[in-house]
Design a binder for this molecule. Structure first.
Ligand SMILES: NC(=O)c1ccc[n+]([C@@H]2O[C@H](COP(=O)([O-])OP(=O)(O)OC[C@H]3O[C@@H](n4cnc5c(N)ncnc54)[C@H](O)[C@@H]3O)[C@@H](O)[C@H]2O)c1
Length: 255
């Protein structure tokens, strides 16, 4: 049985100061990688692991992103976990909100990849992983730009994978299901809403940030050197089932 060892690898993680992003940074560092986290808010990174360095940058500013990367050396792994969500009805959704969401969630994924490609180490397979969302394939009233940007991210995974295969770089995505972070607080802080939501998930619970680490380490390791262009849903089965067919009593009967 092979274990995942990322010693000697350098990983760049956008949104590494966020809840899921930082869990991913810790997972990569735990597997031996050195990590550079790019985030507009590096508070969570400061004073933490000495294998995780933070660079404060607004990723919606492409020029600022390019200068932030100047100090970064040869790269093996790029994870795009930065993301924002703005919710409003169609009639109230304005252009500034649309642009803000697309700039961070989708545009910066493309330009960070473009800027990092020349820095990818040769001689081993490079890894790019975009943190998408199950909302790329499900509808949520009000989340117009968020869902569309994540759908774009999935398309970009497939598209970049075809071109970057020639450079020995795999491009994949992870689509988390609803994960307990501030982004979804409105859902899990309310006990009744949380139970109603969890009743639609075959595994019977929302994700914790750490649930996404295993799939990430697999996609960043040599175990997945022949896997590219794929989106792994890490959602406890939520997107595999018609919600009203989830029967939690079946789980209880099996426990
Ligand atoms: N929480 C969920 O249920 C869930 C589900 C599916 C997908 N996701 C995705 O996972 C990722 C992380 O989500 P999270 O819940 O941990 O949220 P989070 O807000 O904790 O993390 C997002 C990070 O992106 C950073 N960021 C935002 N705008 C930025 C900018 N302009 N420049 C630099 N950094 C910026 C934030 O500072 C933050 O650290 C996001 O891409 C999100 O869309 C989350």
């Amino acid at each position: 049985m092979k274990t995942i060892d990322l010693s000697g690898k350098l990983a760049v993680v956008s949104g590494g100061g966020g809840e899921i992003g930082y869990a991913l940074c810790e997972g990569l560092a735990g597997a031996g990688a050195d990590v550079v986290a790019l985030d507009i808010n590096v508070g969570r990174i400061e004073g933490g692991s000495d294998k995780i360095a933070g660079i404060e940058v607004d990723l919606s500013d492409t020029a600022a992103t390019a200068s932030a990367l100047e100090s970064v050396g040869e790269v093996d792994i790029f994870v795009h976990a930065a993301g924002i969500n703005i919710a409003a009805s169609v009639s109230e959704f304005d252009e500034a909100a649309w642009d803000a969401v697309f700039n961070v969630n989708l545009k910066s994924a493309f330009f960070l990849t473009k800027m990092l490609i020349p820095r990818f180490r040769t001689g081993s397979v490079g890894k790019v992983v975009f943190i998408s969302s199950i909302s790329a394939r499900l509808g949520y009233p009000g989340l117009h730009a968020y869902t569309a940007s994540k759908g774009g991210l999935d398309a970009l995974v497939r598209n970049l994978s075809t071109e970057l295969a020639a450079r020995d770089i795999c491009v994949n995505g992870i689509a988390p299901g609803t994960t307990k972070t501030a982004m979804t607080k409105g859902l899990w802080e309310d006990r009744q809403k949380c139970r109603a939501h969890e009743a639609t998930i075959p595994m019977g619970r929302m994700a914790e940030c750490g649930d996404h680490v295993g799939p990430l380490l697999f996609l960043c390791s040599e175990m997945s050197d022949y896997v590219t262009g794929q989106i792994v849903c890490c959602d406890g089965g939520l997107t595999s089932v018609q919600a009203d067919f989830v029967d939690l009593r079946l789980r209880e009967g099996n426990e």
